[in-house]
Design a protein around this ligand. Structure first.
Ligand SMILES: [Zn+2]
Length: 210
């Protein structure tokens, strides 16, 4: 895909996510790999009103090359890419239901959301829940690095998900699957659940390796 097309795609998906209420105000950010670096959404930008011409471009060390100043959360993306050389794009949202799950006191950090649907298992697999860090705390970068090699989807407590994919469409769809599964899970809290068995989960991983 050309850089021009990728710029358009970032704006298209940004607007789609914003219009459906998946990240409010100027929250959330998107990045995608290009030759020699990454495109990123600018700081304080609303994902519903991105301009392909002013997206931030950073080099392979994260230094600004062109466009508006990159998102303050660029370090989250860069630390994920550092551990996942196959990742072509990353989506970070402040999506309500995923954030809600991260706030529940009894959420299991090793399995924040159980395997309740096949598509959750196929698109997210094993989600990592990281503890709370205040905005801009750069030690969060190390925490993300520690788990990003094993998890392409990370949930930041009291904040939101960060999801990597081989390309932008894959990362967006996985983030949406996470949000919808979080919503389902919250709807079902307090009910007796029939979650997928270990055998069923393993079969999915065999049939649809990520
Ligand atoms: Zn954020």
């Amino acid at each position: 895909m050309t850089e021009a097309k990728l710029r358009e795609e970032i704006c298209y998906f940004g607007k789609s996510l914003f219009d459906r209420g998946l990240t409010p105000g100027s929250s959330g950010n998107i990045s995608a790999r290009v030759d020699g670096g990454w495109l990123m959404t600018p700081t304080n930008s609303c994902l519903g009103r991105l301009d392909p011409a002013t997206l931030s471009k950073v080099d392979d060390r994260g230094n600004p090359v062109s466009g508006d100043k990159p998102t303050k959360e660029a370090f989250l993306h860069l630390s994920m890419y550092a551990e996942r050389p196959g990742a072509g794009a990353i989506v970070h949202l402040h999506s309500t239901h995923s954030v809600a799950v991260s706030i529940l006191a009894d959420t299991d950090p090793d399995e924040p959301i159980p395997a309740i649907t096949a598509y959750y298992v196929m698109k997210i697999g094993k989600l990592a829940l990281l503890p709370y860090y205040s905005p801009g705390d750069l030690t969060l970068a190390n925490a993300v690095k520690e788990v990003a090699g094993r998890h392409h989807a990370v949930l930041l407590a009291n904040h939101g998900p960060v999801v990597a994919g081989k390309d932008l469409e894959t990362a967006v769809y996985a983030t949406e699957e996470l949000e919808e599964t979080a919503k389902l899970y919250l709807m079902l809290r307090g009910e007796k659940l029939k979650i997928l068995s270990v055998e069923q989960v393993n079969e999915l991983h065999r049939k649809y390796p990520s």
